[in-house]
Design a protein around this ligand. Structure first.
Ligand code: AKG
Ligand code: FE2
Length: 430
């Protein structure tokens, strides 16, 4: 190394400096109440619509949900750019969606090779069970399904040809597709759901600040939606409120009173769900089949990469907290000292407050850095903790974004590797 070379940074130091240089700096992580708003601030402000029809639609809709019977390209583009939740009625009448809407029914999934597929069913209480597709479909048909739910089926892995059987309009074009394969989430967040009446997906936001389009193929689902600015009343920064818990108001006093919108999505309807809108989903008419796709829109790359960073950081922090607590227990036992009672500030439920602790307590920050740098998962796919945030009742993988650029990975490890400008600009994290 030449004499003019800068001193290499300590690994942990490099990490914190690097986080601080992203749009979402560490001090923002410390605001427990406003993480969604902070993410939202990273979005570009779209240009005002020029057409009077679209201007009227947006002003009439306000903060609520738009219901649109005759979507023009301009309307759909404005809805997406302005992040307005919208129900497009009769989307199925549009050309290019014949296969999902006409062909993909229970008989289709039961027959032939498709029926032989092994799928993973959500059988409740966080448990999943393998089943042949045709056996499950038979249960949906004869009512012996016991509420089991084929949720979050990454159909492209089993049936890659499905994706070319329908036409995604330009306004829903997925930015993940423009990234080199190794830089995409390990499993793209695109799914089919098959299930009986009564299935319920608890309150959550979708992964990493992505938007979703959600097409109901059969049956009806009732979505309840909340505005991103109310996330502070619905989440403690780690978990969302369980709205079916009779005691929910103890921990979340406003959870049942903040404004919510109810949208019934019927067969052939498409719901556009903007990033960061919390939602619950109940199947009100079954059997239900839904096709959905979470995507990275062209305005949202800063937000998506930051969300990824935030969730990864909090996951690693939680792991570290556990480890520190375990080590502390051993020390306490060895010294035969009464375990110290944590104050609320030291041992809070929220990972954001826990991150704050890392700045104020000697040792913790180092432990966090160590954990981060040693973590084999950093740069790999998401694990169960990430999934919890994205789809709380699922134990299937949602697909974490990867640290896409070898330089970023090496930066974390304290070394630098030259990388082309083009490759660099593709990275979520730089
Ligand atoms: O349909 C469901 O049960 C959940 C759908 C959902 O929340 C999603 O696709 O993001
Ligand atoms: Fe969702």
């Amino acid at each position: 190394m030449g004499t003019g070379d800068p001193q290499p940074k300590a690994k942990g130091e490099a990490f914190w400096e690097w986080i601080g240089s992203t749009a979402f700096s560490v001090h923002q992580l410390l605001e427990t109440d406003s993480w969604i708003e902070e993410l939202e601030e990273l979005r570009e402000v779209p240009p005002a619509p020029t057409s009077p029809e679209v201007q009227r639609l947006l002003s009439e809709t306000g903060d609520g949900v738009a219901v649109i019977d005759e979507p023009t390209t301009e309307i759909v583009e404005a809805i997406v750019a302005h992040r307005v939740p919208a129900l497009f009625r009769g989307w199925g009448k549009k050309a290019g969606w014949e296969a999902p809407l006409q062909k993909w029914d229970l008989d289709f999934f039961e027959a032939g090779q498709l029926g032989e597929l092994q799928v993973s069913l959500d059988v409740g209480e966080g448990v999943r069970r393998r089943s042949k597709m045709k056996d499950y479909v038979a249960q949906l048909k004869d009512g012996s399904h016991r509420g089991h739910y084929l949720r979050l089926w990454h159909y492209e892995e089993d049936c890659p040809e499905f994706i070319s059987e329908f036409q995604i309009p330009d306004c829903f074009a997925d930015g993940f597709n423009r990234l080199p394969a190794k830089t995409r989430p390990s499993r793209l967040p695109r799914w089919l759901f098959l299930g009986p009446e009564g299935t319920y997906t608890p309150l959550h936001t979708d992964p990493f600040g992505t938007h979703a389009w959600f097409l109901q193929l059969k049956g009806t689902k009732r979505f309840e939606l909340w505005h991103p600015s109310d996330v502070k009343h619905l989440s403690d920064g780690t978990n969302f409120a369980d709205l079916r818990d009779p005691d929910v108001e103890v921990a979340f006093p406003k959870a049942l009173t903040v404004q919510r919108w109810t949208v019934d999505v019927e067969a052939g309807d498409l719901l556009f769900l903007p990033a960061n809108w919390p939602h619950t989903v109940l199947t009100t008419k079954g059997p239900s089949i839904s096709l959905t796709h979470n995507y990275l829109d062209k305005h949202g790359i800063r937000m998506v990469r930051t969300a990824f960073l935030m969730f990864t950081t909090s996951k690693i922090w939680r792991t570290t907290q556990k480890k520190v607590a375990e080590e502390k227990e051993v020390v306490d036992q060895n010294d035969a000292i009464e375990p110290t009672t944590h104050t609320a500030d030291q041992d809070p439920a929220s990972p954001w407050a826990a991150v704050r602790t890392s700045f104020t307590k000697n040792g913790s920050k180092e432990a966090f850095d160590q954990e981060l740098l040693a973590s084999p998962r950093f740069g790999e796919s998401a694990d169960a903790d990430d999934r919890e945030t994205a789809h709380p009742s699922s134990s299937d993988e949602v697909g974490g974004l990867q640290v896409v650029n070898p330089r970023c990975r090496d930066l974390l490890l304290g070394t630098t590797v030259p990388v082309s400008e083009e490759e660099h600009s593709m990275c979520y994290l730089c």
